[in-house]
Design a protein around this ligand. Structure first.
Ligand code: MN
Length: 298
């Protein structure tokens, strides 16, 4: 396939950045320092962040990253770390979970095993529901529930969530995997009910399409987003470091108002259950190639 070497390189960098980040997640570490260090590592390794590094805590499954003035210090949380890197829009997508509480090792084991079992199921021609069933069965076996309204997904150049959707349960979808597809598999498990909901607006956004805007603040920020991130997600703290707090705040407000931006708010388990995730990106070919290779037990 075209650009395969870019996909491979981006995938390897993503995996390396994930493992680098996993080691930074320790009691006493500042959330903002961990997020910044991982974003920076991706650039040092020769790629760009495909989105701001996400560090979602406890009942938050995804879409949380450090605010510009974030003061959270890691203590005893369960941390879902989601890292993405890209080279010219070829994206690697990975996640892992670090349990600092020492109380949720089984919840973490459930998604590790679900990911391993799901990867064994992947091949050209397999029905997507089969992958979901394997994930659901593995998580249930450990006594937890899969998060049903989060799913794995196809990835294509510059598009981080493409078809097909890869469910974390048997949703009856008889669509089959096709040769050449790149997919991310991301089993989420929870001690709660298995549904997440959006909370407040949060600090991660992506450009839908440029729109005419009145203020020079919004115009400058829009130009920066379009040039540097295209339609990939970005976060407030990346902008405040360039444009300052006031200009960023006013600019984002206007861009949201005119419908130029899609917000990606934190996704929280509705029963406040703890959440875990593991994720890898795969190329579905005659053999299945893990594009983001790392050892889940490392
Ligand atoms: Mn993903």
């Amino acid at each position: 396939m075209e650009d395969l070497e870019k996909w491979r390189k981006a995938g390897k960098i993503t995996a390396e950045a994930l493992m680098f980040g996993k080691k930074l997640i320790k009691p006493g570490a500042k959330l903002i320092d961990v997020a910044d260090a991982i974003d920076k590592k991706i650039v040092e390794l020769g790629a760009q962040p495909a989105w701001p590094t996400q560090l979602s805590l406890n009942e938050v499954a995804a879409h949380y990253t450090a605010d510009p003035n974030e003061e959270t210090i890691l203590t005893d949380q369960i941390v879902c770390l989601d890292v993405g890197a890209h080279i010219n829009g070829c994206v690697g997508d990975t996640a892992c979970t670090v349990d600092l509480s020492g109380k949720h090792s089984k919840l973490v084991e459930a998604v590790k095993e679900a990911l391993r079992n799901a990867i064994k199921t992947v091949k050209v021609g397999v029905e997507i529901r089969e992958i979901g069933k394997v994930i659901e069965d593995t998580i249930n076996k450990h006594g937890f529930k899969p998060v049903k309204n989060l799913s794995g997904h196809g990835i294509s150049q510059w598009v981080i969530h493409d078809k097909p959707s890869i469910p974390n349960y048997d949703d009856g979808d008889k669509t089959v995997l096709q040769k050449g597809q790149i997919i991310a598999i991301e089993p989420f498990a929870t001690t709660g009910s298995g549904i997440v909901d959006e909370t407040e607006r949060g600090n991660i956004f992506s450009l839908i399409e440029p729109k005419p805007v009145r203020s020079p603040f919004a115009r400058d920020i829009l130009a920066h987003i379009a040039q540097n991130y295209k339609n990939l997600p970005f976060t407030t703290r990346w902008l405040t470091r360039i444009f300052g707090t006031a200009k960023t705040s006013l600019g984002l407000k206007e861009l949201l108002h005119v419908g130029a931006l899609q917000p990606h708010p934190p996704l929280v388990e509705v029963n406040k259950g703890m959440v875990s995730v593991y994720e890898k990106t795969l190329l579905v070919d005659d053999t299945v190639e893990v594009l983001t290779p790392y050892d889940e037990d490392a």
